[in-house]
Design a protein around this ligand. Structure first.
Ligand code: V1P
Ligand code: CA
Ligand code: ZN
Length: 386
């Protein structure tokens, strides 16, 4: 089995329900649940499943979804079908912000309850000490709001999983390396100090989705609110490169952990921050993306690892398979195993670390700019109790 062994001294659990991989958002929609099949095939081809506890989690119940979401929204998701007319002529919108970004497709409710069920299962394995690092690549859907869908996200599995962790943990640190701002998670925990949210993202209020996540959006402005200074944002420009991204990540995450002292960490690993992504605009390679996962792992705290965005499926699958190997602490050969299913899908790039396409975005992040961002974060951290 390629000599991949269970890690010594800790347990990694992998939560994946293959039922949701078949779902379709529609022909032209960038979100392809099929990237999860590709990820799992690479993970299995390397024999990584031998080193982890594999779970096929049940779907979350509607009651579990309502722990965060409003009842009428969940009831809507449960009963709506593609043929229903959900257009509201008064507000000139579709119900609950469904539409082009968040279409109503066949099996939608099943899809939502499956990825949420997987994140809840993963969080519970952490809280009952059956796992030290729990992985759900189908989760990480950070834009969903209490009462509406947003940016390809319907149910906020991250919020549900953090609520589960909060039953046992006094402080949870949420880190989000998706190229988009983790607005739904930030909003859900905006006024509490029991969760610190930290998102790295491309920021341009007018031109890049969702338009929130400025450096000075750090929680309620009223210093008396416990949430003040507990939402952190790292706004970036196009084209950030490997060395810059890794240094920035470490320079920000390390002081956050030192000051906030979380007892568990949730890491959203959206792979649209990779170079060559169909929606993203960074120039980050798979090794550098993985370096963030490896860095967070070193804190030795209960760790929930989630997926998120990622719109060039062959790169998403390689990144998440590589990051699975980092969680296990296994060295894997850079060439994809010859027996990997769909190997033909990868064309000439039968390696975990392909040369990504960096031609589209020039690097607009100067050293001075990144230094000012780190300073801004440090300023916020000084408000926290040491
Ligand atoms: O920009 C928008 C909205 C639609 N406009 C009215 C503004 N939507 C983006 C949504 C991106 C969602 C990212 C999700 C995640 O963070 C987590 C899973 O990765 C959008 C884009 C874009 N280029 O930003 N929607 C679409 N493209 C889109 C394209 C084709 C079909 C449907 C949606
Ligand atoms: Ca982000
Ligand atoms: Zn994204």
């Amino acid at each position: 089995n390629n000599g991949i062994k269970k890690p010594k001294g800790y347990t990694v659990s992998y939560h994946a329900n293959p039922e949701m991989e078949q779902m379709h958002f529609g022909q032209k929609h960038p979100m392809k649940p099929w990237r999860l099949t590709l990820t799992n095939k690479i993970v299995m081809a390397y024999g990584m499943h031998e080193a982890m506890d594999i779970y096929i989690p049940r779907a979350a119940s509607s009651q579990e979804l309502k722990d965060f979401h409003r009842g009428d929204y969940i009831d809507f998701l449960q009963r709506v079908t593609p043929s229903d007319n959900t257009w509201d002529p008064d507000s000139q919108t579709y119900a609950y912000n469904t539409g082009d970004d968040c279409p109503i497709f066949d099996g939608l409710y099943n899809y939502c309850s499956l990825y949420a069920g997987a994140s809840l299962d993963a969080a519970r394995k952490l809280t009952n000490h059956q796992s030290n690092i729990a992985i759900n690549w189908s989760g990480g859907l950070h834009h969903a709001k209490k009462n509406e869908a947003s940016g390809f996200c319907y149910i906020n599995d991250i919020v549900l999983a953090i609520l589960q962790l909060l039953l046992h943990h006094p402080r949870v640190l949420y880190i989000d390396i998706d190229v988009h701002h983790g607005d739904g998670v930030e909003q859900a925990f905006w006024s509490t100090d029991r969760v610190m949210t930290l998102s790295f993202h491309k920021y341009n209020r007018a031109e890049f989705f969702p338009g929130t996540g400025a450096l000075d959006d750090t929680g309620p402005l009223n210093n008396a609110s416990p949430g003040a200074h507990h939402s952190l944002n790292v706004p970036l420009h196009d084209g950030i490169e490997d060395a810059q991204y890794i240094k920035l990540f470490e320079d920000v995450v390390k002081p956050c952990v030192r000051q906030y002292k979380p007892t568990a960490i949730v890491l959203q690993c959206g792979a649209d921050s990779l170079g060559g992504d169909r929606l993203g605009c960074f120039n980050v390679n798979i090794k550098a993306h993985g370096a963030c996962v490896a860095f967070v792992k070193k804190f030795n705290l209960p760790l929930l690892v989630l997926g998120g965005g990622g719109y060039t499926p062959r790169n998403v699958a390689k990144a998440w398979a590589y990051e699975t190997s980092l969680c296990i602490g296994a060295e894997v050969h850079p060439n994809l195993p010859a027996h990997t299913p769909f190997l033909e899908h990868f064309g000439n790039e039968k390696t975990l670390f392909p040369k990504l396409d960096f031609t589209r975005y020039e690097n607009k992040n100067s050293r001075v700019y990144l230094e000012s961002v780190v300073m801004g974060i440090m300023e916020q951290l000084r408000y926290l109790q040491g």
